[in-house]
Design a protein around this ligand. Structure first.
Ligand code: GDP
Length: 353
């Protein structure tokens, strides 16, 4: 499933935030997720449509789409040279789909800042430099092999050229994702699993009174505002208490929910639904996915044996009160293997076993 690595300098609030994810009373009560590993937390993506569908079908339970957060231990300046937990850190982060960088904005003088003072943009630069250095080392190591392959195979010449281009960008302090690579070039070097190629989401860990303010963008993207301290308090409350507490603070939903939602958007993901008496469930697919790929998220057999998908839009499913109603009204479409799934589609797959 979709996984996001949490990174940041020491003492910025990563563990506090992560613990709020994994020891969350309201979440634990509502969602039957198994805890997997101690450094992995699963966050449901709140979606009111799930509950509307479940009510129509009298479903016994609802299962939301989720994002998996992985706590990646301590990055310090010098990590790429093997300082601190450097190398383990880099191995963990390589396996995630995206990076979520926690940046300290809260001022609490009792919490020591590793660089001596609270300075978000300098902290972000420190992390960027480390990630870029790690990628430089990766490309440097791959270049001799790519040179050899390019001599043998014409098709590999492009890969080599792209690797050299990225090497130049990284040497100039430019992250791979900002090196203006075409999709084709990105595909050529996908095997290198470059860290600075991964999409990045900034989380500003702010003081309580900054929560409803607007921060300057970080490298062109708007940070998600969170107070790790408040998330910690929220984690100990049940759902109704948490709702009251959020209202008192003038907030619609928890920082963790905002974070999960932003991650979903950052990665170009959307949901479709399956719904019946047993359960109503949201499934995660990339925007642009076709029906068989969507089926494959449920089970690879569904993709292999795909015949068709009986599909209703979310709005129709609600307007005609379910699949039977949609069918009677002629709003249940028979979609084939080239159908591009829309956000909110309610789907029922037919497949060969
Ligand atoms: P990590 O090293 O990034 O994992 O940071 P921790 O989560 O361990 O937090 C470091 C210290 O900062 C702890 O004493 C936390 O209680 C404190 N802390 C974390 N988040 C906040 C916050 O939002 N506000 C305040 N005032 N303190 C925080």
């Amino acid at each position: 499933s979709l996984s996001i690595g949490i990174v940041g300098l020491p003492n910025v609030g990563k563990s506090t935030l992560f613990n709020a994810l994994t020891n969350n009373k309201a979440l634990a009560a509502n969602y039957p997720f198994a805890t997997i590993e101690p450094n992995v937390g699963i966050v449901p993506i709140p979606d009111a449509r799930l509950h509307t569908l479940a009510a129509i079908d009298n479903a016994q339970r609802t299962i939301p789409a989720t994002v998996e957060f992985v706590d990646i231990a301590g990055l310090v300046a010098g990590a790429s040279q093997g300082e601190g937990l450097g190398n383990q850190f880099l191995a963990n982060i390589r396996e995630t789909d995206a990076i979520c960088e926690v940046v300290r904005y809260f001022s609490d003088p009792d919490v020591v800042h590793v660089a001596g003072k609270v300075n978000p943009s300098s902290d972000v630069d420190t992390i960027h430099t480390e990630l870029q250095l790690a990628d430089l080392a990766t490309v440097e190591k791959a270049l001799p092999r790519l040179e050899k392959e390019a001599k043998r195979e014409k098709a590999k010449a492009e890969t080599l050229a792209t690797a050299k281009l990225v090497y130049k960008a990284l040497s100039d302090g430019i992250s791979a994702r900002d090196a203006n690579l075409t999709l084709e070039q990105q595909a050529h070097i996908a095997d290198l699993h470059l860290l600075t190629m991964k999409p990045i989401l900034y989380v500003a860990n702010v003081d309580e009174d900054q929560l409803t303010s607007t921060l300057a963008p970080i490298h062109g993207s708007q940070p998600v505002l969170v107070s790790a301290k408040i998330e910690q308090d929220l984690a100990g409350l049940d759902a109704s208490e948490a709702q009251l507490f959020l209202e008192e603070l003038g907030l619609q939903e928890s920082g963790l929910a905002r974070l999960a939602r932003s991650a979903y958007a950052l990665l170009g993901l959307q949901s479709y639904f399956t719904s019946g008496e047993k359960e109503t469930r949201a499934w995660t697919i990339p925007i642009g996915a076709k029906a068989p790929q969507a089926a494959g998220v449920i089970h690879s057999d569904f993709e292999r044996g795909f015949i068709k998908a009986e599909t209703a839009s979310y709005d129709d499913y609600v307007a005609y009160q379910g699949e039977a109603g949609c069918r009677a009204a002629g709003r249940l479409r028979q979609e084939g293997k080239d159908y591009v799934v829309c956000d909110g589609d309610v789907m029922h797959f037919k497949f060969n076993v």
